[in-house]
Design a protein around this ligand. Structure first.
Ligand code: SAM
Length: 253
């Protein structure tokens, strides 16, 4: 994500999108079903919730209560607008907070959820620092950008080495769960439809007017070029990388 002055432009481009990362209700549900013996009304932490599509899906699927954390207030406002519309606002508590500074009592949650956001803290650090907030036997479900094949094409590698150099393959991520005291319950790759329908198509629709509004603004043009490059690379190389949903259970204190 861009820093400083570019951030406002980035948020403007991303405002009003259904989601801020690839995903779909079907896959939120599939991951939730891997969490066996969940209490009837689980206590859930959704980290980096964005405008909250997966938060709302989880509320409906789980019958639980959710603390939804993000550091961007407009996303939390949008989440609560959607929650109000769905009549589930009493079961979600928005929390504006930097995920680097989360403070909860130990063993508070039955489930920690993070779609497209654990990378912000770092995959290993997220697994490590969030574990103490999970009850023993509690679950964590995250999506993480993951290499799916070796022999990555050079132009793809160059782009992601810049954008997310910490990206690992599935085996390395699975090892992180074991190293941090979790038992992996399953993982699956989000299909291309989850990228296009809920994320890239809506984002691309906003690009022409954004490009026009900021035609003299170099930073805006750079943001849009980088995003278009990301989309073009995904179109060409979707077999080589993707978002993987990982679901694991806390087994050690
Ligand atoms: C890629 S988006 C994913 C959002 C949402 N989970 C989804 O799938 O639509 C990452 C989210 O993390 C939030 N974020 C970025 N840095 C953060 C931080 N340091 N603390 C809390 N949230 C952060 C962003 O505002 C954004 O909503």
């Amino acid at each position: 994500m861009p820093q400083d002055k570019s951030l406002n432009l980035f948020f403007e481009l991303h405002h009003d999108l259904p989601r801020q990362a690839p995903g779909d209700r079907e896959f939120t549900q599939r991951a939730f079903q891997m969490c066996r013996d969940m209490p009837r009304k689980p206590k859930i932490l959704d980290v980096g919730c964005g405008p909250g599509q997966q938060t709302l899906d989880l509320l409906e699927i789980s019958d639980g209560n959710i603390i939804a954390v993000d550091n961007h207030q407009p996303y939390l406002d949008e989440l609560m607008r959607r929650a109000q519309q769905a009549g589930v606002q009493d079961r979600v508590a928005p929390l504006k907070k930097d995920m680097h500074e989360l403070e909860f009592d130990p063993e508070t949650f039955d489930l920690i959820w993070a779609e497209g956001s654990i990378y912000i803290l770092g995959f290993q650090k997220g697994l490590k620092t969030w574990k103490r907030f999970l009850k023993p036997g509690g679950y964590i479900a995250v999506t993480e950008l993951t290499w799916l094949q070796p022999d990555t094409p050079a132009e793809l590698l160059a782009f992601w080495n810049e954008a997310y150099p910490a990206m690992q393959d599935i085996d390395a991520n699975v090892d992180e769960f074991h190293n941090q005291g979790y038992e992996l319950k399953g993982h699956f790759v989000l299909p291309e439809s989850a990228w296009w329908n809920n994320y890239y198509y809506p984002l691309q629709e906003k690009m022409p007017s954004f490009r026009k509004s900021y035609e003299d603004e170099a930073q805006a043009q750079e943001i849009i070029s980088t995003e278009q490059r990301e989309i073009d690379l995904y179109k060409m190389y979707a077999d080589y990388y993707g978002y993987v949903f990982y679901v694991a259970q806390r087994i050690e204190s």
